[in-house]
Design a protein around this ligand. Sequence first.
Ligand code: AP5
Length: 223
Amino acid sequence: MRILLIGPPGAGKGTQAKFISEAFNIPHIATGDMLRLAIKSGTELGKAVDKAMKNGQLVADDIMVALVQERLRGDDCANGFVLDGFPRTLPQAEALTRAGAELDVVIEIRVIDEEIVRRITGRRIHPDSGRIYHVIYSPPKNAGVDDQTGELLIQREDDQEETVRRRLEVYHKQTEPLTAYYQDLSKNNLDHRPQYFYESGRGSIDEVKEDIFRYLDALNFSR
Ligand code: AP5
């Protein structure tokens, strides 16, 4: 089961990808998390991508393609994966297709920009696990701390309003065209073509989850 979640920053990709990964026991591959870990660990990759991420710009395609191709070779990806945050440009999507990573389902989550700003500026994360909260929409049991470990939650450096608006611009210009790319692929006469599912991300976290699982269950993927 190879699933791609696509949508603007803050649409809820990471939130929904975690539900899918747990329900279907497949890895959640979040390129943003991989890059943040590299920065935290001070690796060469981390040093190379730090500035672009802080400014809300995209990291270079060749770096991202190499990173994801390596990750998809992992044994844990043999039964599938949920991709979240990659591909983000046409060259990345074409590289993924060329590498033979045949996607079964592409799920687009769409949310209007002003709601995105509300969601992202209220987001808090637990840096070690990647668990995601929102101060209003999905608050932790105790304010400011992770439910499972009791450790402090943080706000991502790129979650300030000005940077969020820049990330949205980048999304509309460079990533949104991929929705047409995958819709075209889904209509192609290929042996293996992805199903395309459009989800309006306007509902609550649980409503969006229910819609997505109703759709996936109808495709008869085993849980
Ligand atoms: P990345 O970490 O991938 O960030 P993003 O795509 O901008 O997405 P987000 O993580 O911000 O949002 P999300 O859709 O996962 O939303 P979430 O579920 O957290 O990338 C960061 C940076 O890394 C990029 O800017 C770039 O520099 C670099 N990068 C990464 N991949 C790259 C690539 N392939 N190429 C080049 N550069 C790359 O939800 C957001 C908030 O809303 C949360 O607080 C959540 O609780 C809440 N929420 C979720 N759903 C709902 C709902 N239905 N109702 C109410 N609240 C909700």
